[in-house]
Design a protein. Structure first.
Length: 233
């Protein structure tokens, strides 16, 4: 039932945004009573945190796969796979988080590592109920600190780490501006998702001159971003 509720939460938040989504609508979409939500999530914040974590798992998986591909295939091939995954990821994330950008309280919550803290608090309460209130370990002790290294900055940092490893292996030029390569690649993926969301895939092809399919967009994007930064063959 938890998985069904979580899937419903992702669907509703994607359709309505995190601010407008309600637990009543999520419960109706999941086919459960509204009260049943709180058997699996401590509160609305914990449910929304889990839904965001579910979506961001796509990006974490893509970054983990990239980190494991150092020295394998070519740098271009590895980044093309990442770019296609990130276009799809941003396509799911943007409609969910758009209203967050205008909400100072939600921004502060995210910067303070709110999603992770909410999930840990919910897990602690669930364990306490199971063990009769005796839980010797506080999950918050292992929670990463909030601040500027949380959330999307961690993904950017992970990409830089991959590029550094490839540079050290001689597969990128020593003078390649790695933070800016990462910014250009991820920024291009987000721009594609943004244009597709607002204007539609036909307008992206006809007006922006970009392939609508993530896989077809990813390869030329990576070639453009890496131009001049690969060692001479």
């Amino acid at each position: 039932m938890r998985d069904r509720i979580l899937a419903a939460a992702v669907t509703v938040i994607r359709a309505r945004g995190i601010v407008a989504a309600t637990t009543k609508e999520i419960a109706r979409s999941a086919g459960v009573s509204e009260g049943s939500l709180y058997n699996h999530f401590a509160n609305k914040t914990a449910l929304f945190a889990a839904a965001l974590a579910e979506v961001t798992g796509t990006a974490r998986t893509a970054m983990a796969a990239l980190a494991g591909s150092v020295g394998q295939n070519t740098v271009e091939e590895n980044l093309v796979r990442l770019a296609a995954d990130m276009v799809r990821f941003y396509g799911e994330l943007l409609p969910m988080t758009g209203p967050v950008l205008a909400d100072p309280e939600l921004i502060a919550w995210l910067r303070d590592n709110g999603p992770v803290k909410a999930q840990n608090e919910a897990a602690a309460k669930a364990r306490a109920r199971t063990r009769g209130g005796q839980d010797g370990e506080s999950p918050l002790a292992a929670t990463p600190a909030g601040g500027p290294m949380t959330g999307p900055v961690m993904g950017h940092s992970a990409l830089i780490g991959y590029l550094e490893a490839e540079r050290d292996a001689g597969r990128l030029r020593a003078d390649a501006p790695l933070p800016f390569i990462a910014a250009a690649l991820l920024g291009g993926c987000q721009q594609h998702a943004f244009l597709t969301r607002l204007a539609g895939p036909d307008a992206v092809s006809a007006g922006a001159g970009l392939p609508a399919a993530p896989e077809e967009f990813a390869a030329p994007l990576v070639r453009a971003v890496l131009a001049g930064h690969l060692p001479a063959r």
